[in-house]
Write a protein that binds this ligand. Structure first.
Ligand code: ZEM
Length: 282
């Protein structure tokens, strides 16, 4: 039996881990599938970042349940939780890479894909280490409702991220990921991108929050905010970051100082992906 099979406790194909697994080769394979004309803004990077975040963001510090270890999002019911709508796109994109490098676990692959995407889109280097194993079935799936609800406010955000062990500053730093990608009506019900450069990792999200003017969008969809052009959007939880007197100064700081944002984001995202992983400080 291969090492990984004995770790996961499941029978199944014998996979012999190479003496020295080449994570650099996996990163290269991920980079090679990022850019595709005709998908969203031309990159799968943002949806891979969302996959990494949703695989890890279910962590509950008190019980030690949830988190990226296990890659339980492969299984129903977690794959069907409303918050995960659309993430099959990201999981399916990684299947050929998993087939090419069968020694890597899904749990390591999902998190490494997020890290690789952020770096490839111009973001900071994110400390990442392997060591996650794959759960054999849905038994370890976290309950629904562990991920944030975009229609709520600051108290909800603090409750959700506090459960994972994050403070106010880390919450604002992590939220800067919304500089990437967009909302899809058929996934979350919300619509549109946060910035005009959704495939470049930058502090533009914070600049837009602070310097643009936001008003409620008049439409039949869920409450969201738009700028004058009607092209950029903010979720109610995004607006909470400038309405809350403790979050706001951090938003201001990151809007002015991209270097500090990059440093804080790298530390917080790295911590997120390590939550509940054996042998990694959390
Ligand atoms: Zn998001 N996020 N997120 N997020 N997110 C969406 C998209 C993306 C919230 C949320 O409800 C939504 C973090 C925090 C929070 C990304 C990364 C990270 C969407 C749109 C919603 C509704 C989904 C769709 O329709 O496709 C809420 C409420 C959050 C906290 C309060 C954190 C933390 C993230 C990473 C560190 C990314 C990259 C996207 C864009 C995905 C894409 O497909 O373009």
């Amino acid at each position: 039996t291969g090492l990984l099979d004995s770790l996961s406790g499941s029978p199944g194909p014998v996979i012999t881990a190479p003496a020295k697994p080449d994570y650099g080769a996996v990163r290269k394979a991920i980079e090679d599938v990022l850019d595709v004309d005709g998908y969203d803004d031309g990159s799968y990077g943002p949806v891979l970042v969302r996959l990494a975040w949703h695989s890890a963001g279910t962590y509950d510090k008190a019980s030690g349940t949830g988190g990226s270890n296990g890659a339980t999002m492969r299984f129903a019911p977690e794959s069907e939780h409303g918050a995960n709508a659309g993430l099959a796109v990201a999981r399916n994109l990684l299947e050929p890479i998993k087939a090419k490098f069968p020694w890597i676990t899904y749990a390591d692959l999902y998190t490494l894909a997020g890290v690789t995407a952020i770096e490839a889109m111009g973001g900071p280097t994110i400390p990442w280490a392997p060591g996650r194993s794959d759960a054999p079935d849905s038994t370890a799936c976290p309950p629904d409702g562990r991920l944030p609800d975009a229609s709520l406010g600051a108290a909800h955000i603090r409750e959700i991220f506090g459960r994972m062990g994050f403070n106010d500053r880390e919450i604002v730093a992590l939220s800067g990921a919304h500089t990437l990608g967009r909302c899809h009506a058929d996934r979350s019900g919300f619509l549109g991108p946060w910035t005009n450069a959704p495939t470049t990792f930058s502090n533009l999200y914070f600049q837009e929050l602070v310097n643009n003017k936001w008003r409620k969008k008049r439409w039949s969809g869920p409450v969201q905010y738009e700028d004058k052009s009607g092209e950029l959007m903010m979720l109610p939880t995004d607006m909470a970051l400038i309405w809350d007197r403790k979050f706001k100064p951090v938003v201001d700081e990151y809007a002015k100082d991209e270097e500090t944002f990059f440093k804080d984001f790298a530390a917080a995202f790295s911590k997120l992906l390590a939550l509940g992983v054996p042998g990694q400080a959390a």
